[in-house]
Design a protein around this ligand. Sequence first.
Ligand code: SF4
Length: 528
Amino acid sequence: MPKFIPYNHDQNAMVVINFRDQLQPGTFEHAIHYLIHEKLDLSIFDYAYRNKDGGRPAYNPAILLSVVLFAYSKGITSSREIEWCCTNNIIFKALSCDTVPHFTTIASFISSHPQAIESLFEQILLVCHEQGLLGNELFAIDGCKMPSNASKEWSGTFKELQQKRAKLKKLIRHHMREHRRIDKTESADAEKQKRTTQTIETLSKAHDKIDKFLKTATPRMGQAKRPTEVKSNITDNESAKMTTSKGTIQGYNGIATVDKKHQIVIDAQAFGAGQEHHTLQPVIERIKVRYQKLKIARNIYRKNVLVTADTGFANEANMEYLHDNKINAYVPDNKFRSRDPKFADQKTKYGKRQPIKKIQTRYKEVIPASEFHLDAQTKTCICPTGETMWLKREGTDRYGKHQKLYFEGRLSKCRVCPLKTQCMQNPDSANHRSGHGRQVSFIIDKERKNKYTEWMKVRVDSELGKMVYSHRMSTVEPVFANIGTNKGLKRFSLRGRAKVQGQWQLFCIIHNIEKLANYGNLTRAKRK
Ligand code: SF4
């Protein structure tokens, strides 16, 4: 029989631990510790502390920031869990020097300083710049939709919420009647009565919550040029109900701009909207201002930096903005793959990425308007059988912006036309004296409308455009994968855009610190 050293788990031991020894150079915790104590100016948090002449000392922001950043890097966003880690985990103990901040202190610290977090983000970015991690050759912009601390069940337009309130009122009345009925019966069941009372209380709370919201808030409008009402949310009215590849969520879209050289996040903003069109201009402007402020470049876009974003950011207004501001951008429209011969057999080879459900309509497919020949100069239209159609009406599109021409086939021609079953929705209508021939309409200044989209199409369809755009995915997507999958930061735990933006920037700071730890020279820092 071999002999082994005996061991016993049921014993206590006193171990001498040096906290500094726990923060070994080369580790992520060391990078956090080094940056916070050697590089960052944390006086930005001082405005919040007014205990100079009285009151007990507060936890140092350096300690709170260290534990919050380390916790986030492990996917821990719960303040109670962070407090537990400060009590039980040696690295947390080392970072916090064995002070154990209460979870309410941690929660308040994270949610109360969005402006200071913005400053921290910039300071970290400046360290990245000083250490040569920024290439400033190509920026890729993309969004990552994450749920926040609000339920989609509390979302709706004002009309929908009013209907929900009425429904709840009806339910409350029903349960009240039920309660009275049980009360009157001789063998009143106490348990049943209690359940009914609880149900009434729950429904009343929900009713009052909706009622209060409807009385105090105003309908939330979308970002379009002609805004229509979008869904409000009773819990966090700045968040949005949005559709993602993982289903419908209530949350925010975290937009990140990433520098290609080392995938450093140079801008992080959160927007409470599913659509990304309106986020492009604020993001581009913020980067310009930040680079000026940090004295990296007076106008970074004058240095011919390439900017790419996916099709979600493409619309005419954004293309016009990029064109007028001479930004060297490549933002394709959603048809650019279908124009590229390299992707011609993609669908047959791999199938459709997201099979679209066939929508049952009462309309059959007929010969499209593109098969008709329009002469916008003479305002004439020739149908597929070569017959001249008559100009029925001249007007504008439904937005009143663009000129539109409405043509109709001559009844006498359509009635006897061999193509009428393919050309008309209802070929029988041509047989009636009061019927109609085929009708088509054209927006005649559409080309002018999409002038800047056409300009971008030429750019992205060029060889250079395809080469530049091919770098977008490999630049920005790994950042989201690192934050969401490696770090486990998959949801925002706060409410309100300012707070969520602060949290999104903290997520991105984690990513940038990791890059500094891996590619910077923080590890060569001298030990005190
Ligand atoms: S149905 Fe009328 S409009 Fe259509 S192809 Fe025939 S003649 Fe022309």
